[in-house]
Design a protein around this ligand. Structure first.
Ligand SMILES: [Fe+2]
Ligand SMILES: [Fe+2]
Length: 136
């Protein structure tokens, strides 16, 4: 079951490797949801959470490098949003490790909704700017 479905016409930012990153992040969320629903052991879920943190960071850095390189006007507000996500993932991992089920489910849904909203509202804002710089 897909908890968060990739829809190209809705989510694509028309920059190939960023779309690939976003799809990978969606996959990781779906993977966590599946494992949680299936009642899988903590170590497996924790492993995917760490992967989510690592992959999220890698993706944010890739976006930020381009923003810095081309002096994208909304860089600082965009970076701020990335920090929020990273900190929430860290807290999610802590809660998960502490066995706080209720709070970790809340964190999970917060992160999933955050990612969807961030792509649709914040990432989409850089599309025209980067396209004008020849990035596809
Ligand atoms: Fe972003
Ligand atoms: Fe992004």
């Amino acid at each position: 079951m897909s908890l968060i479905e990739w829809n190209a016409s809705k989510h694509s930012v028309n920059i190939k490797h960023f779309d690939a990153d976003h799809q990978k992040l969606f996959e990781l969320f779906n993977d966590i949801a599946d494992k949680m629903t299936a009642g899988e052991g903590n170590s497996i879920i924790l492993c995917i959470l760490l992967e989510l943190r690592k992959y999220g960071k890698k993706h944010f850095i890739a976006e930020e490098v381009l923003m810095d390189r081309y002096a994208y006007p909304e860089t600082s507000i965009h970076k701020q949003e990335h920090i929020i996500f990273t900190e929430k993932v860290d807290r999610f991992i802590e809660r998960y490790k502490a066995g706080d089920k209720k709070l970790s489910i809340e964190s999970f849904f917060f992160l999933k909704d955050w990612l969807n909203k961030h792509i649709l509202e914040t990432d989409k804002k850089y599309v025209d700017f980067f396209h004008k710089k020849g990035i596809e």
